[in-house]
Structure formats: structure tokens, C-alpha cells
Design a protein around this ligand. Structure first.
Ligand SMILES: NC(=O)c1ccc[n+]([C@@H]2O[C@H](COP(=O)([O-])OP(=O)(O)OC[C@H]3O[C@@H](n4cnc5c(N)ncnc54)[C@H](OP(=O)(O)O)[C@@H]3O)[C@@H](O)[C@H]2O)c1
Length: 382
């Protein structure tokens, strides 16, 4: 008898609400949900940006190469996506009361990916985008009539003092409620004094957000997923895809272009990174496992390669992440599910992966035709 895909079952007929759907991981999550599951509807919280209204931005998103396969296989599925105009950095998420009621009536699953991923935001900005937004999302989730799961996407580096990070909750460096109260009445300098020795405002604000989610776990079905450094896709829906040059790809492209010639790092340190499609798979199977097996805190990480100058704090230190619970969930997958929801990285070829990432970044981000490859290779050896 053919094995059942239990992840499809988990999402069948469900309505999902996603923040950060216009971003790197968000696009991939939406694509995977539409291509591989029978989700009923996806509400996407989108802000207006660069003179474009939220609704207009949806068409731009679907025009991205990441949706090519889906557009070819099942273009009608794109109709399942609906825009909720909003802004995670503003009070009430800047969502209209009609939309709030709609969401609270209809949504089954929440995926909170929306964030400012800049390391150099002021404390107030980082806390507004990453911590307060999480509180506002949790508030909204509390009013949801049939919420089944709230998935919060954090980072494996939220608690950098921990040399071995376990798949469990940790206390933030400061009480998140104290900071939330302070951001409206204090200066940035005053808020900075509350950062303790956090390496940057991003890490700090993500740690605070985690604590807010953890606080709610007794009363709200919530889980936390902690990817490490997310790199271009390994395989799905196309190999080597990413949508910007932030992070390691910026470093590789910068080096290839001759802009970055050196970088400070410790020779014996390592950085952990994970292809984005494995993160998305992790989000889906973590949701399935939570709903069907147990309530756990998840961290997704794969140990593979290097960092960049902005990540100097990270490239000169070592961390280890325990992923035994993630491995346990992978063990529960049947053969069919393992094929569709790859998580373990079997057959991963690092050299081939990096080559594909570079080629894909050249084509999709730098818009350079493959005919210029020989010249680029000469450039690299200069
Ligand atoms: N990429 C990584 O290496 C990595 C590693 C660990 C954890 N994470 C976490 O994974 C999540 C997704 O990361 P990503 O790499 O996909 O980030 P990204 O590409 O920078 O996307 C960020 C998303 O958040 C949205 N957003 C930001 N400010 C907003 C606002 N005020 N209102 C509404 N939406 C807003 C952005 O929308 P706009 O299009 O409107 O800007 C975008 O959709 C984040 O929570 C991040 O902390 C990422």
C-alpha cells in the first residue's frame, strides 16, 4: 500500500497566516505550501513599500523565479494567497479591525517570519520590528478561534553565550516587558544600557522575542524554530536560489567581484549554515510533529561553512547546536515524506552546492548572462 504523506494531511483545508512572506524564507515557505500541500488559503501580512501598495507587491512576488515551477505546474494555486495590508512595526500591526476579525475567525496556523534582519538597527528599531511585533502577533493569536499552532522563527544565535545550544527555552538577557515599556519613553542610549553584553541589536531583540513566545507556551500552541545562517536553496524549487546578497552570498559575490579582498576570522572557528529549502521543510515537519506527536521546541541547524565581515562576532567564535529532537522528528518520516520534505541533507555535496549558488546569484540577482562566466573566472584569479 502506498504510504500517506502526513504533512499534506496536516495542511489539508487549513488556513495559514504568514508574516515575512515577501522575504527570502517567506517566499519559499509560501511556494512549498502551495506546491506540496493542499492548504486552503494563505493570508500574507504585507506592508506598502517603495511606493507600491501591499496588493501590488503580491504580483511582484509571484513574478520571482522562485515561483516558476509552481506557475508551470499549478498556476491556479496562487489564487489561494490573500493580502492583509499591515506593518509589524506599528501598533496593532496596522491591520484593520475587519481584517483582524477575519484572521481571528479563519486562521489555523501562524508562521511569524517577519523581522528586521539588520545587525545595525538601533535598539528601539530592532525591538519594534522583532520583539514588539512578536508580542502583537501573539496578542492576535490569542483571539483566534481555531488556532492550532503558532510558529515563531528565531535564530540559532539568539543566545550566543551558550556554547552548546539545546532545543529548549532560554532566558533573554533582559526582561522583554521592561524593554517594551522602555522603547516608547526612553532614548536609544538608555535602551542600549539594557542590552547587557549582547553582540548586536538583532540578536538581542530575537532573544527577547523568544522569551515572549515561551511565556505563552502554557496557554498557546506555540513552537520556536531556530535556523542558523540561511543560505541559498539546495534543490527546491530550484537549486542555488536566494533573493538578495545579504549574508554569505554577499561575501562570495563580493570576493568574486574583487570588492572584498580580506576578512578577519579565526582559522579554527566554524560557522553553521543551512540551505533555505531545508529550513522550510523543517518548518513544515516541526508543525506536523507538534500537532501529531509532542509539544517541543525546535532548532534547525546544519553545520556546513563560512561567514562574512558583518558576522565577525560569529566567525571568530564557535558554537555547537544540539539537534537531537530535530533528528528524532526526521526519523518519524516515512520514505515518501523523506523524499518530499528533505531535512537531513543526505547526498549534500558542498562544492556542487556552492557552485550552483554562485551561478544562480549571478543569473537572478546580478542579472549576468552565463556568457560572461569565462571573464568572471579570469577576474577571480587576478
Ligand atoms: N536569513 C537567515 O540567515 C536567517 C537565519 C536565522 C533566522 N532567520 C529568521 O528568519 C525570518 C525570515 O528571515 P529572512 O531571511 O527571510 O528575512 P528577509 O528576507 O529580510 O525578510 C524579512 C521579511 O520581514 C518583512 N518585514 C520587515 N519589516 C516589516 C514590517 N515593518 N512590516 C511587515 N513586514 C515586514 C519583510 O517585508 P518587506 O518585503 O516589506 O521588507 C520580509 O518579508 C526572520 O525572522 C529572521 O530573523 C533568518
Amino acid at each position: 500500500m502506498e504510504e500517506k504523506d502526513r504533512i499534506v494531511e496536516t495542511f489539508r483545508g487549513r488556513t495559514v497566516f504568514i508574516t515575512g512572506g515577501t522575504g527570502f524564507l517567506g517566499k519559499l515557505l509560501i511556494e512549498k505550501l502551495l506546491r506540496c500541500t493542499e492548504v486552503k488559503k494563505i493570508y500574507m501580512l504585507i506592508r506598502g513599500k517603495k511606493g507600491k501598495a501591499a496588493q501590488e507587491r503580491l504580483n511582484d512576488i509571484f513574478a520571482n523565479a522562485v515561483f516558476d515551477l509552481l506557475r508551470a505546474q499549478n498556476p491556479a494555486s496562487l489564487q489561494k494567497c490573500r493580502v492583509i495590508p499591515g506593518d509589524i512595526s506599528r501598533e496593532g500591526l496596522a491591520v484593520s479591525s475587519e481584517h483582524r476579525l477575519l484572521l481571528q475567525k479563519e486562521i489555523d496556523f501562524v508562521y511569524h517570519l517577519g523581522a528586521s534582519t539588520r545587525f545595525d538597527d538601533s535598539v528601539k528599531t530592532a525591538v519594534k520590528f522583532n520583539t514588539r511585533s512578536t508580542k502583537l502577533l501573539l496578542d492576535l493569536a490569542h483571539g483566534c478561534e481555531k488556532l492550532q499552532i503558532f510558529v515563531h522563527v528565531s535564530t540559532a544565535y539568539a543566545f550566543p553565550k551558550e556554547e552548546l545550544l539545546h532545543e529548549k527555552s532560554y532566558k533573554a538577557p533582559t526582561d522583554p516587558h521592561r524593554i517594551l515599556a522602555a522603547i516608547d519613553s526612553s532614548t536609544d542610549e538608555e535602551c542600549e544600557t539594557l542590552m547587557e553584553d549582547s553582540p548586536n541589536t538583532y540578536t538581542f531583540s530575537k532573544a527577547l522575542a523568544e522569551e515572549l513566545v515561551t511565556e505563552q507556551m502554557e496557554v498557546l500552541p506555540a513552537i520556536i524554530v531556530r535556523p542558523s545562517v540561511v543560505c541559498p536553496t539546495w534543490n527546491e524549487p530550484l537549486p542555488g536560489w536566494c533573493n538578495n546578497l545579504q549574508g554569505p552570498m554577499g561575501l562570495f559575490v563580493g570576493a568574486g567581484k574583487g570588492i572584498i579582498r580580506s576578512m578577519y576570522m579565526k582559522g579554527d572557528s566554524h560557522a553553521d549554515f543551512i540551505p533555505a529549502d531545508l529550513v522550510v521543510t523543517g518548518l513544515l515537519i516541526a508543525s506536523w510533529n507538534y500537532l501529531n506527536n509532542s509539544k517541543n521546541l525546535y532548532q534547525i541547524q546544519r553545520r556546513i561553512q563560512k561567514g562574512s565581515e558583518l558576522f565577525e562576532y560569529y566567525t571568530t567564535k564557535n558554537w555547537n547546536f544540539s539537534n537531537s529532537k530535530t533528528a528524532e522528528v526526521a526519523e518519524k518520516m516515512n520514505a515518501k515524506e523523506r523524499e518530499i520534505y528533505k531535512i537531513a541533507g543526505e547526498g549534500f555535496d558542498l562544492k556542487e552546492y556552492l557552485r550552483t549558488c554562485m551561478i544562480c546569484s549571478r543569473r537572478n540577482i546580478l542579472k549576468e548572462p552565463d556568457s560572461t562566466l569565462p571573464a568572471a573566472r579570469r577576474h577571480m584569479t587576478m
